[in-house]
Every structure is written in structure tokens, then in C-alpha cells.
Design a protein around this ligand. Structure first.
Ligand SMILES: Cc1ncc(COP(=O)(O)O)c(C=O)c1O
Length: 396
């Protein structure tokens, strides 16, 4: 036996987005001129009102344990937000505030999933979903989507995989890495399939505010039967640029939230008291100018990418990523190197073109790469110039 790690720990795949990010940061700290388009966080500041609320909380000595599920003031504010913005009526005992939405999702998986249970995940997916399902002993059931359906799962696809072992279905709209947004009628069509089945819906809505010209709809708002089986996950990282504060939440059926709260009481306890005060203030201070800026960047990036050889790119309607298909480049050569996979392509792009992008492999989309436009327009322009120059030297 010896000093071995658990099978669980040995089986975890580290987050490829975070590892690309740290590789890039290491290059930058060595003085190398790399443009980082691999990040999953907005480049604007936390709303000052939120930061000031946190400073005030520290000054007032609000620095002790709080209720495990989060302070009542914050859970009430979240209930107001969900009712006003999403048409969802919850009581504070249906809300659990956690240490980021990633933690909310982890609590959900450990609370719902028994070994052998299946969780349906449409691909391309956020890298964390299948790993968390596996950590809970569950089986991720991947539904492959592509550009032909706008990277959205169809009711037929869902029907084919839904079965007696299905414990939950994950929906992520707007989605990471594709930026795909499910329209109301698309959700209604999926709901037709889900309504009769005994499975939960996990609706990750963390990018809901970063959406361009289309409406965000929560599947939980479609009708009472869906409301009762949905866990709505949201957080402060993306809309309020509060990635470092670590604050996210789940809203859902009382019994599930109660069990998740017990789980949290034996792991992290409450999220940081000070961050919670910041969260209360943030909810009233979303800055819509951010959406306009992201939209302008998305349009700029799309426009440039669509002019590049062997690159095609679907238009994302939300989040801050584009997810170009680069299958036309696979098998081609840059200098002496043949690029067989998007992993290799991203590695060469980092070393030779000094731009950091994330290969689609970790997202279940080996023909695509993810480009985050959560960086300045100047950086985007330089990065796309470099990409263009790189592509001009690629030979089939
Ligand atoms: C789809 C999606 N869900 C959840 C999260 C988690 O965010 P956080 O844990 O910072 O709240 C992220 C972050 O990248 C994400 O992309």
C-alpha cells in the first residue's frame, strides 16, 4: 500500500483552463510578452459600493462566523433579485450561499449523486462539471453538440440519454465555453422531455447578465413542476467581477438546500462574512456599461476571426468567450511541426505567437479553441494580429 493517495484524488483531472492561465502567468512573470486570452474572469473592477461595504464590515468588526447558509440579509437580497429579474419566488430558507458557484455545484453533486447515478452534460461543457460528477461517484453522460444546433442540446438528443439512472441534467445558459444561450422555446422543448422524468435540473446561470440582444430565461421559471425540480446556481464572479471574493449561491427545493447546508456545515461553514456584505451591496450595483463593452469586443473578435483562413466561428450570444472551430488547421504544419490536436496548436501559439488560448479538448470539443475577450481592446488587437501572422505561415 505505502503512502498512497485515494483513488478519488488520483482520478481528478486538474482544470485545464487554470493550468493554461498559470503557465501563461509564469511566462509573463519571466518577462515574456504573452497576451492572455485564456482567462475566465472579467477585466473590470468590483463595484466600488461592494468593496466599500466590505471595508465597512471589517471596520465594524463583522468578522466572525455567520449562519452556515449565509447571512439573512444576503439571502433576502438574493430572493428579491431572483423574483424581480428571473420571475422565481423563493424564501430565504431555499437559498444556500457558498464559496463561489463552483462550490455551490460541488455541494449539489455531493448531495444528489450516489455512485453509479448518471448526470447528463451537454458538450461543449465547462470543464468542472464532469470532474465534479465523477468525484461524487457519478457517471457523466455527455451529449455532443456542435455548431449545427448553435452548441445546444436538442430534445431528441436529451430523450435518447434520459433513463432510470439519470439523476440530473446540467444546463448552462449562457454557456462556457460556447457563449450559447437557450431561447425560451428551446427550453420549453427540453422541458417537455424533462417534465415527466424523475430527475433534477441543475441550471448554471452565472453568465446571465453578460448577454447580447437576447433574453435570459431560467428553465425554473417556465412552470411550477420545473421550478420544483430545478437547482438554480448563480454567483458574483462574472456579473460583478468578484472572482476573488468567492461568493456563489444555489436556490432550490427546501429539502435539497437543507441537505446541502448540512454538507457545507461540515466542510467550509459560511462563506467569508466580509464577502457576504460585499455581495449584498453588489446586487444593487450591476454596471450595464460592461455589457456594451463586451458586446463591442465580441463583434470585433468575431469580425477578425471570420476573415482568417481555416477558422470558422459561430456567434456567441452571451458570456465573454468565442469558441472558433479550427479543425481546418489540424494536420497542417507550422515550420517543421505538424499540429495534430488543438492542444498542440495552443502550445505552439503560446510559444511562437505568444498568445494564450485554451484547447477545446478539456471542454469536450477537440476541434475548437476558446478565446476569452475579457481583456482590453488593445490586447485583443495585438493578439489577433499575432494570430493572423501565425496563420499566414501555416502550410497544409
Ligand atoms: C459556467 C461556470 N459556472 C460556474 C463558474 C464558477 O464561478 P465561481 O466559482 O467563481 O463563482 C464558472 C467560472 O469559470 C463558470 O464558467
Amino acid at each position: 500500500m505505502g503512502l498512497s493517495l485515494s483513488a478519488r484524488a488520483r482520478g481528478i483531472a486538474p482544470s485545464p483552463t487554470l493550468s493554461m492561465d498559470s503557465k501563461t502567468k509564469a511566462m509573463v512573470s519571466r518577462g515574456q510578452d504573452v497576451i492572455n486570452l485564456s482567462v475566465g474572469e472579467p477585466d473590470f473592477d468590483t463595484p466600488p459600493e461592494a468593496s466599500l461595504a466590505a471595508v465597512g464590515a471589517i471596520a465594524a468588526g463583522f468578522t466572525k462566523y455567520t449562519a452556515v447558509a449565509g447571512i439573512l440579509e444576503l439571502r433576502q437580497a438574493i430572493c428579491r433579485k431572483l423574483e424581480q429579474e428571473n420571475g422565481l419566488r423563493y424564501e430565504p430558507d431555499q437559498i444556500l450561499v457558498s464559496v463561489g458557484a463552483k462550490h455551490s455545484l460541488f455541494n449539489i453533486m455531493l448531495t444528489l449523486v450516489d455512485p453509479g447515478d448518471e448526470v447528463i452534460i451537454p458538450a461543449p461543457y465547462w470543464v468542472t462539471y464532469p470532474e465534479q460528477v465523477r468525484l461524487a461517484g457519478g457517471v457523466p453522460v455527455i451529449v455532443q453538440t456542435d455548431e449545427s444546433t448553435g452548441f445546444k442540446m436538442t430534445p431528441d438528443q436529451l430523450r435518447r440519454v434520459l433513463g432510470p439512472k439519470t439523476k440530473a441534467v446540467i444546463l448552462n445558459s449562457p454557456g462556457n465555453p460556447t457563449g450559447a444561450v437557450y431561447r425560451r422555446e428551446e427550453l420549453a422543448a427540453l422541458a417537455e422531455v424533462l417534465r415527466p422524468s424523475e430527475c433534477y435540473i441543475i441550471s448554471d446561470e452565472i453568465y446571465e447578465k453578460l448577454i447580447y440582444d437576447v433574453e435570459h430565461v431560467s428553465i425554473a421559471a417556465l412552470d411550477e413542476s420545473l421550478f420544483e425540480k430545478t437547482l438554480v446556481v448563480n454567483g458574483f464572479s462574472k456579473a460583478f467581477s468578484m472572482t476573488g471574493w468567492r461568493l456563489g449561491y444555489t436556490a432550490g427545493p427546501r429539502n435539497v438546500i437543507k441537505a446541502m447546508t448540512s454538507l457545507q456545515s461540515q466542510s467550509t461553514s459560511n462563506p467569508a462574512s466580509v464577502a457576504q456584505k460585499a455581495g449584498v451591496a453588489a446586487l444593487d450595483h450591476f454596471n450595464p456599461a460592461v455589457v456594451e463593452e463586451f458586446r463591442a469586443r465580441r463583434d470585433y473578435v468575431l469580425n477578425r476571426l471570420r476573415k482568417m483562413p481555416n477558422v470558422t466561428c459561430a456567434q456567441p450570444d452571451g458570456a465573454f468567450y468565442v469558441f472558433p472551430n479550427v479543425s481546418g488547421l489540424l494536420g497542417a504544419r507550422y515550420r517543421d511541426v505538424r499540429m495534430e490536436t488543438t492542444d498542440q496548436l495552443c502550445e505552439i501559439l503560446l510559444e511562437e505567437a505568444r498568445i494564450s488560448l485554451v484547447p477545446g479538448t478539456g471542454f469536450g470539443a477537440p476541434n475548437n479553441i476558446r478565446l476569452s475577450y475579457a481583456t482590453s481592446r488593445v490586447n485583443l488587437e495585438i493578439a489577433l494580429d499575432r494570430l493572423e501572422e501565425f496563420l499566414s505561415q501555416v502550410r497544409q
